[in-house]
Design a protein around this ligand. Structure first.
Ligand code: 3SL
Length: 233
């Protein structure tokens, strides 16, 4: 039977073999929520970069550049890391190059997977259906915060495990732990995630609306996938 596992931080990815798995990368606040929103709202493609300078260079190749460090938009970049940035008319039809503190790092570390899929609450059912309908084992990679575990990505992992469980066995205890946490908090998700370290960080930056939006379930029915370094649907 196919298995599902959860890697709670990109710094733990060396413990997993991704080469025979589909990897679902998740950064609920806010990178993968932004990517899902952008592609659902007509962005042509999103190219993730771990390195800020390499991302910035894409401007000269006709890309819009999106950059976030420590929750804030990078000076001189076209977009920050709010899902609302990705709903604006001027991003429709454009190619976007993006760099963020954790999300794009997690994508970079997944590149050797059979397939890299972008997950968020905004497209969770579409991701779950895709995983159920394919034959490979799955690793859910949480972007966390600078190598540390975070609540929102772990809860998303638990929610996704809960949706696909009948079709997958647990590979380790991490999916069991994530699912139990999700089931414990699911009826009060916004309030629970408001207590998370990153929500508190974003609240200080006055980014309250982003958090509520990123927790909306099934706002979109798209499946962003990484093909030759580019996320498209
Ligand atoms: O680290 C990331 O990839 C970002 O999503 C963090 S933030 O929500 O933009 O602060």
């Amino acid at each position: 039977m196919k298995t599902v596992d959860v890697c709670l931080s990109p710094d733990l990815i060396h413990l997993y073999d991704v080469t025979d798995k589909v990897v679902v990368v998740v950064d609920i606040l806010r990178a993968t929520s932004c990517m899902t929103t952008g592609l659902a709202n007509g962005v042509k493609s999103i190219t993730p970069f771990e390195n800020l300078e390499r991302c910035e260079q894409m401007k000269s190749r006709g890309y819009l550049i999106a950059g976030e460090r420590n929750g804030q938009k990078v000076d001189g970049f076209d977009l920050g890391n709010s899902p609302f940035d990705y709903m604006k008319d001027h991003v429709k039809g454009e190619r976007v190059a993006v760099t963020t503190t954790n999300g794009t790092v997690a994508i970079e570390k997944s590149r050797k997977a059979i397939e890299v899929v972008i997950g968020s609450f905004l497209n969770i059912s579409t991701v779950a259906n895709h995983l159920k309908n394919q034959q490979q084992s799955v690793l859910i990679l949480c972007a966390g915060w600078k190598g540390k575990v975070n609540l929102e990505d772990s809860l998303f992992a638990g929610a996704l495990v809960d949706l696909i469980l009948g079709d997958f066995d647990y590979e380790t205890d991490a999916p069991l732990l994530a699912r139990a946490s999700y089931l414990n908090m699911k009826d009060d998700l916004l309030r629970q995630i408001q207590q998370s370290s990153h929500a508190r960080r974003l609240n200080k930056l006055d980014i309250v609306m982003d958090i509520a939006f990123c927790l909306k379930r099934d706002e979109y029915d798209i499946l962003p996938r990484l093909v030759e370094g580019e996320l498209t649907i």
